[in-house]
Ligand binder design. Structure first.
Ligand SMILES: C[S@@+](CC[C@H](N)C(=O)[O-])C[C@H]1O[C@@H](n2cnc3c(N)ncnc32)[C@H](O)[C@@H]1O
Length: 240
């Protein structure tokens, strides 16, 4: 990953304690009958090597609502692979879903290690997907679901993430994004993508208030059939 991006993230987001190094067993309060095993590298190759609260929220939501059960599902900025692996483990062999956990190249070995720890090689695949770059072949067509947990944190990366979301979606793509609010500048990302996506807050899940207290939110992004008109955009800004 761009050295600059890594350093900037660590400045913005305090590192989690060193205990985030090693193997964690997660059942999400009994939602998973067999625990998900996640190896965390303590941040050795950037912020993605640890589990973040927005990833926990999206994992719980997917387990409770059972809305992603089939088709091609791509998680972007997966880090450890938490969300995609959690989904993969809950579906196991009862699915024809094809799940991809993706991130910058440096994190692929960690994601692959976590696939193997959980013996999910048949259902979950790890790969590089660097935002803003041309899409790899597996992500070009027929993407049914995009998952993104805690991917909005660094202003420099906002246009890159926006491009990737635009390249991968059409009006039928289900996009679920969980997000921890850290800085006012994050709103620039949401204002910008509003031109092409309706941002629909999701509030009907257990522990909504718990996550709200931690400034952690869940949205569905719905691709507009036509970009928002300038007049509507101006009104939106006034509404904020
Ligand atoms: C805060 S971590 C979240 C990790 C994981 N989704 C979770 O919730 O535990 C943000 C992730 O975005 C990834 N990321 C940042 N910039 C990226 C880029 N340009 N292309 C692909 N991934 C990127 C980081 O490597 C990191 O894994």
């Amino acid at each position: 990953m761009d050295e600059l991006l890594l350093n900037s993230f660590e400045e913005l987001v305090p590192s989690r304690p060193v205990e985030h190094l090693g193997e964690a067993d997660l059942t999400f309060d009994g939602r998973l009958s067999e625990p998900l095993k996640i190896w965390e590298d303590g941040g050795a190759v950037g912020c993605g090597g640890k589990i973040w609260i927005a990833g926990e929220l999206l994992s719980r939501y997917l387990l409770d609502k059972k809305i992603c059960q089939r088709g091609k599902i791509i998680e972007v900025g997966s880090g450890t692979g938490l969300v995609g692996l959690c989904l993969g483990l809950s579906l196991r062999k009862r699915t024809d879903a094809e799940i991809w956990i993706t991130d910058i190249e440096d994190l692929v070995p960690l994601m692959q290690k976590n696939i193997e720890l959980n013996e999910l090689e048949d259902v979950v695949h790890s790969a590089t997907l660097a935002w803003g770059e041309p899409l790899p072949s597996y992500a070009k067509d027929g993407v049914d679901v995009i998952l993104a947990a805690d991917c909005v944190y660094l202003e420099k990366a906002f246009p890159l993430l926006e491009k990737t979301l635009l390249d991968m979606t059409n009006k039928d793509t289900l996009v679920l994004m969980s997000y921890r609010k850290r800085r006012k500048a994050d709103s620039k990302f949401f204002r910008k993508i509003r031109k092409n996506f309706d941002i629909v807050p999701i509030t009907d899940f257990e522990d909504y208030n718990h996550y709200l207290k931690q400034r952690t939110h869940l949205f569905q992004l719905v691709r507009r059939t036509a970009p928002q008109k300038a007049s509507e955009e101006a009104k939106d800004h006034l509404d904020q």
